[in-house]
Design a protein around this ligand. Structure first.
Ligand code: KIV
Length: 272
């Protein structure tokens, strides 16, 4: 049963702003490959994020830092080929936008041209405002990302909840307002107190999509491998698992191994 308030044939940045204005929550999930993106899009997810979390879940790195712009373009172009309805947002990876606005624009142009993605996402606030302006001036939609910003993990030292203290919370509110003023079409808030995230969502007109930021925001995002239970090592409080694919897939693959070894597979009907 759909609980959508309006039937969008194709989601644009304007659709998301309209959803917020109409009180319709926005659904967002990550995807990194063609097959998964096709399922996510068909299921009716509004925004597909080609996240730099691909560095963790696809490549097995401990952090998001190693993934490159070429890798992100590869993942994003696979996703774009599958998608008919969702808005596809692509993360600018670590090192592709921090050094100067021209580099940020060059990286964003490569993503848009070579992957066909619809928007880019960057982590940070006032410290990257010139880069955001430069990208927006080229007509490329930008999604912000504040709170726990995994590309800064070595500055934070851990993946714990951010902005619990007033000083960091005040800076986050200021940054959210700045991103709205610069012209970002939406903002991700990761792992911050729910009351703070709700306050931010109320104080700006662009949609705020939360991950570990409570229900007072305008939409939710999860990493697809986590919500499908494809790994059993990551269990933060905010994660709701809709399947336990790690166990189901391990069992199915184990059954295949047994069938091959026992010569049960293939049977007479499974050959030519
Ligand atoms: O890379 C990613 O998957 C993200 C989400 C956690 C928002 O940035």
């Amino acid at each position: 049963m759909s609980v959508a308030k309006k039937d969008y044939k194709r989601i644009t940045t304007k659709s998301l702003i309209e959803m917020k204005a109409n009180g319709e929550k926005i659904s967002m999930l990550t995807a990194y490959d063609y097959t998964m993106a096709k399922i996510v899009d068909t299921a009716g997810v509004d925004v597909i994020l080609v996240g730099d979390s691909a560095s963790n879940v696809m490549a097995g790195y401990e952090t998001t830092l190693p993934i490159t712009l070429d890798h992100m373009i590869y993942h994003a172009s696979s996703v774009v080929r599958a998608v008919q309805r969702a808005l596809v947002v692509v993360d600018l990876p670590f090192g592709s936008y921090q050094s100067d606005p021209k580099e940020a624009l060059r990286s964003s142009i490569r993503i848009m041209k070579e992957s066909g993605g619809h928007a880019v996402k960057l982590e940070g606030g006032s410290e990257i405002k010139d880069s955001i302006k430069k990208i927006l001036n080229a007509g490329i939609p930008v999604m912000g990302h504040l709170g726990l910003t995994p590309q800064s993990i070595y500055k934070f030292g851990s993946y714990t909840v951010r902005a619990k203290e007033d000083e960091e919370a005040d800076k986050l509110i200021e940054d959210a307002k700045l991103l709205e003023k610069l012209g970002c079409f939406a903002l991700v808030l990761e792992k911050i107190p729910a009351h703070l995230a709700g306050k931010v969502a109320k104080s700006i007109s662009i949609p705020v999509i939360g991950i570990g930021a409570g229900g007072g925001v305008d939409g939710q995002v999860l990493v697809i491998h986590d919500m499908l239970g494809m790994n059993n090592e990551f269990s933060p409080r905010f994660l709701r698992r809709y399947l336990n694919l790690y166990e189901q897939m391990t069992e199915a693959i184990g059954n295949y191994v047994t069938d091959v070894k026992s010569k049960d597979f293939p049977n007479a009907n499974e050959q030519y």
